[in-house]
Write a protein that binds this ligand. Structure first.
Ligand SMILES: Cc1ncc(COP(=O)(O)O)c(C=O)c1O
Length: 443
């Protein structure tokens, strides 16, 4: 019996009691390789002594001070560090406690910016289908994850959706990457014009799509073209790097690889690496000045924003990533992981695509490889893969509804940045066994 209201109350869960590098150990002593970082969170594994010591030091000195009275050294230092490495123009950091809060802050910042600027008619947000931006009402409203939204539709704010940059399914056979990117940018432009160009506040997108479609990277030039469309109509570009940011793709900010700088950028997950709950919304100087030079403050706030111990943990995570040179390892191990999976699945009839960037990898399963036909949703292949992997001591992050929110199956892999070559080989071995087991057990 439990009094905890669990995510899936009918499922019985093992009790996690310890962490050891990339593994979690349960109360029976069973070890699980965390090949998904939970949900792309635990980038330093589960026992980083430096981060644990930083948390101890900060909580002994001062665990928390409300941000309406004080600032703290870890918050200041962490913000300086995030800004110093950020895409050009992002000059200020609003700290929150997680991803959904970072998105809520982003939406309200965009709205308040236009109110301050004397453009209060700008109220529309455009995002993409097959996206996820969080579970709070604002974030859920702009997200394009159909099944998550469905029960709450009557209470969600209005939001608009365009096609995702999902090359495996949406790029036409006779279309170049460039033409595909252009078609999507044109679609966004049409949507802006349809809504009325001066009524649109922002376009929101995950730089690399995470859980909803499985590590889907944009094609080259996509975001440059999107940026140009936004600029043409004074629409803000909000990039959600809650999953893909903070080194997951091998770059501290995933959009570095795309050569674009957004007006607002959200991070969480890897920022605190699971050692503390923390997220952040980075904001351009232009937006900051409009608000601070206007009404003088951002009309927002939560009790735990800028939490001192959370900031101290995140600061140490960032130092470890830099000092231990983990980003080159993310790139190398990511190449290895995709390479091994592609080799293994070169002829496999049910693996349609292996994709991603850095240690952010998606595997899409299909009934028929040539036609890309997905499996019937009723087969619940994704759930079987999760079960089979867990039984083999492997944590992965599978999801259904890959294609349209209803059908399709994929698995997201997001192992810790500290993985070795041998760890990746072990992950591939257990994963491929689990997929075979799931395909057999669901026939
Ligand atoms: C891209 C993206 N945005 C937002 C969120 C919401 O973050 P949180 O679960 O911390 O509220 C997630 C969580 O998975 C995410 O992947």
């Amino acid at each position: 019996m439990t009094t905890v209201f669990h995510r899936s109350p009918k499922q019985s869960l093992p009790v996690a009691v310890a962490g050891d590098g990339i593994e979690i150990i349960d109360s029976t002593g069973k070890r699980y390789i965390d090949a998904s970082g939970g949900a792309a969170v635990s980038c330093l594994g589960h026992s980083n002594q430096r981060v644990i010591d930083a948390i101890k030091r900060q909580s002994q000195q001062l665990p928390y001070a409300h941000t309406s009275f004080f600032t703290t050294a870890p918050a200041e230092e962490l913000a300086d560090r995030l800004v110093a490495n950020a895409p050009q123009g992002l000059e200020h950091v609003y700290f929150v406690s997680g991803g959904s809060e970072a998105i809520e802050a982003a939406l309200k910042l965009a709205r308040q910016y236009f109110v301050e600027k004397g453009e209060p008619q700008r109220r529309h947000f455009i995002a993409r289908r097959q996206s996820y931006h969080g579970n709070t009402l604002g974030a859920l409203a702009i997200g394009g994850n159909a099944w998550r939204r469905e029960p709450f539709l009557p209470i969600l704010i209005e939001a608009h959706h365009v096609s995702p940059c999902y090359a495996y399914r949406e790029q036409r056979a006779d279309e170049t990457e460039e033409a595909f990117a252009q078609r999507l940018a044109d679609e966004l432009e049409q949507k802006i014009l349809e809504l009325g160009a001066d009524t649109v506040a922002a376009f929101v997108a995950e730089t690399v799509v995470g859980a909803t479609a499985g590590a889907v990277p944009p094609v080259r030039e996509y975001f440059r073209k999107i940026r140009a469309v936004c600029d043409r109509y004074g629409v803000l570009l909000i990039l959600d790097e809650i999953m893909s940011g903070m080194g997951r793709t091998g770059y501290l900010y995933a959009c570095e690889e795309d050569g674009v700088a957004p007006d607002i950028l959200t991070i969480a997950k890897g920022l605190g690496a699971g050692y503390q709950p923390i997220g952040a919304t980075l904001v351009s100087e232009r937006i900051y000045q409009a608000i601070v030079g206007g009404s003088g403050f951002f009309q927002h706030g939560h009790t735990y924003i800028g939490h001192a111990t959370a900031c101290a943990a995140a600061l140490e995570v960032q130092r470890v990533i830099e000092e231990d040179k983990l980003l080159p390892n993310v790139l190398a191990r990511g190449e290895q992981l995709r390479g091994r999976l592609r080799e293994h699945y070169a002829q496999h009839p049910h693996i349609g695509d292996v994709r991603g960037r850095g240690l952010f990898v998606g595997v899409e399963l299909v009934k028929d490889r040539a036609s890309k036909t997905p499996f019937d949703a009723g087969r619940k292949l994704h759930a079987a893969i999760r079960r089979e992997a867990f039984a083999r001591g492997l944590m992965v992050y599978p999801m259904g509804g890959t294609v349209d929110g209803q059908i399709g199956d994929h698995v997201l892999l997001a192992p810790p940045f500290i993985c070795t070559e041998r760890d990746i080989d072990e992950i591939v071995s257990r994963f491929t066994d689990a997929v075979s087991g799931a395909l057999l057990s669901t026939i």
